[in-house]
Design a protein around this ligand. Structure first.
Ligand code: ZN
Length: 184
């Protein structure tokens, strides 16, 4: 950060305070050479996340849309809205911390499933049924088997669900499917 008056590169910070309702940080600085003071604003860099859908189309990550889909799929599973919001927050912040700004919708689905597994098994199976678009009772049985397998291997640290994965349906589809899904 060069001094705007003499272009000297070093300065000291006299004061820092948040500005724009916490969206940026305002710093009062003093040039170490000419001693003149100037103000800088640091902005939090917000790079949008792009979601690649099953059909290859791209759209930007929409937190509230994702939350709506999960809330629908997890209705009557005993999970509170606040737990689901925390789950979405976790997923979002994990995505924000990645170098890569693109993520497939199926990756997001698996991230959600992983977390649901530790929250509620009913919600897990319910969400899996919607998201993996179960066609038959066999799909339910397979998922239940995966659940017990991963529970058995949880002690060695492998809680990831194994087996064949389908892609996450678009949220719109997810919502529709959720409303059609038979409550367990
Ligand atoms: Zn200066």
């Amino acid at each position: 950060m060069r001094c705007p008056f003499c272009h000297f590169p070093d300065n000291r910070v006299l004061e820092s305070r948040s500005a724009e309702a916490g969206q940026s940080i305002r710093r009062r600085r003093e040039c170490l050479r000419c001693k003149r003071r100037f103000t800088t604003y640091e902005q939090i860099e917000f790079v949008p996340i792009t979601v690649i859908k099953r059909d290859g189309r791209k759209e930007s990550f929409d937190r509230s849309k994702l939350l709506r889909g999960i809330v629908r799929a997890c209705q009557k599973t005993g999970l509170a809205q606040i737990q689901l919001e925390a789950l979405v927050d976790e997923v979002e912040s994990e995505l924000q911390q990645r170098e890569v700004r693109e993520v497939t919708s199926s990756e997001i689905g698996e991230m959600i499933l992983q977390r649901l597994q530790s929250l509620s098994e009913v919600a897990y199976v319910r969400f899996a049924s919607v998201y993996r678009q179960f066609q038959s009772i066999k799909d339910f049985v397979d998922t239940l088997n995966q659940l017990s397998t991963s529970r058995a291997t949880a002690s060695v640290g492998n809680t990831t669900v194994t087996g064949e994965r389908q892609h996450l349906s678009e949220t719109e589809e997810l919502e529709t499917a959720a409303s059609l899904a038979t409550p367990l």
